[in-house]
Design a binder for this molecule. Structure first.
Ligand code: ADP
Ligand code: MG
Length: 339
């Protein structure tokens, strides 16, 4: 076959393979956009594990009528405009790819009312590039239907609705734990599964953590708050008695971005080394903050992985901070310890 340039639709569908793995990835990207838009509340509505319908609505800044087309275009973003901005990016998004990717593998409708606009407009790229007047009081609402309907090969990889919903729930929890000042609501098939009010103050924060992590995490949680070398690690770790056979209660954040990172995880794990059997996994919710320039967030298409400039420094800081919190529990005879 001769060499040919791929058409835009095909380029988007190929790129979408990296961004949109399953319904939960769509929920994650849309919730991230709502967070970036300064939302105070984010409502997520799911039907049939997201296979039938995903709706994410927020009360954020909204999008101007004339920007709706750009919002769903590839490599179009309002979040960075230079390499320098990328290196210190504080928003969750920056690739300008999510909406275009999602739209290329589904029927997406974007409805939005910019804060200063007198009405809302909607666009459904699959049917028309022209925005049309729509009804929406404020913010943005993205509706996704017919996921992978035109791509049977991808659809085949989707699991049962209950399994897909479990992944959505995890993505929802992950983001609901990323920002305590924001409220989150989750509906599945007409049932309200979660309603989480904005949490101000330590008690409310702790309640949110207990509610989202579940089990008796709260009874076993130890607060962590350490600072060194321009870094801060805060959050909660569970005493070894609350360890799990699976690594499913581990939440880590870098500058409010949910991440999975080997260096970070290893630092935590090492701190538990003498307290946990090999097959057990500690439970934790930990927030690392550091200068944005010390971390490269552009290491993964779904932005789930990061690269630390000084990974040894981060590793040792996490290890020492968690270790100190655990040692403080060990030293208290009445604290929850069931090793
Ligand atoms: P990115 O988030 O990387 O910029 P997206 O494809 O997710 O790329 O979104 C493209 C653009 O659409 C964003 O930069 C933003 O300007 C706009 N946008 C998307 N979702 C929202 C939202 N919920 N509220 C306001 N603007 C949004
Ligand atoms: Mg985005």
């Amino acid at each position: 076959m001769p060499i040919r340039r791929l058409d835009d639709q095909l380029i988007s569908q190929i790129a979408a393979g990296e961004v949109v793995e399953r319904p939960a990835s769509i929920v994650k990207e849309l919730m991230e956009n709502s967070l970036d838009a300064g939302a105070g509340w984010i409502h997520v509505t799911i039907e049939h594990g997201g296979l039938r319908r995903i709706v994410v609505a927020d009360d954020g800044n909204g999008i101007a009528r004339d920007d709706l087309g750009l919002a769903v275009a590839r490599h179009a973003t309002s979040k960075i405009d230079s390499l320098d901005a990328l290196e210190s990016v504080a928003s969750l998004g920056f690739r300008g790819e999510a909406l275009a990717s999602i739209a290329s593998v589904s029927q997406l409708t974007l409805t939005s009312r910019a804060v200063d606009a007198d009405r809302a407009y909607a666009i459904t790229p699959a049917t028309s590039a022209e925005p049309r007047p729509a009804a929406l009081d404020r913010g943005t609402r993205v509706e996704v239907r017919e996921l992978f309907a035109r791509i049977p090969a991808r659809r085949k990889f989707l699991r049962a609705p209950a399994t897909e919903f479990a992944h959505i729930r995890k993505a929802f929890n992950q983001l609901a734990l990323s920002r305590f000042d924001i409220g989150f609501v989750l509906h599945h098939d007409g049932t309200e599964v979660a309603r989480i009010a904005p949490a101000h103050g330590p008690d409310a924060m702790q309640q949110r953590v207990d509610k989202l992590i579940g089990g008796a995490f709260g009874d076993h949680a130890v607060a962590v708050d350490e600072q060194a070398a321009g870094m801060r690690l805060s959050g909660w770790i569970a005493t070894p008695g609350f360890s799990r056979g699976q690594a499913d209660r581990q939440y880590s954040y870098v500058n409010h971005r949910p991440i999975r990172d080997k260096v970070f995880n290893h630092g935590v794990r090492l701190a538990y080394r003498d307290l946990l059997h090999n097959q057990r996994h500690p439970a934790y919710v930990l927030y690392l903050t550091l200068d944005a320039r010390q971390v490269d967030v552009n290491a993964h298409p779904a932005k789930a992985e990061v690269r630390f400039r000084e990974s040894r420094l981060v590793h040792d800081f996490v290890f020492r901070s968690v270790g100190r919190a655990l040692a403080a529990v060990e030293a208290k005879p009445h604290a929850a310890r069931e090793v």
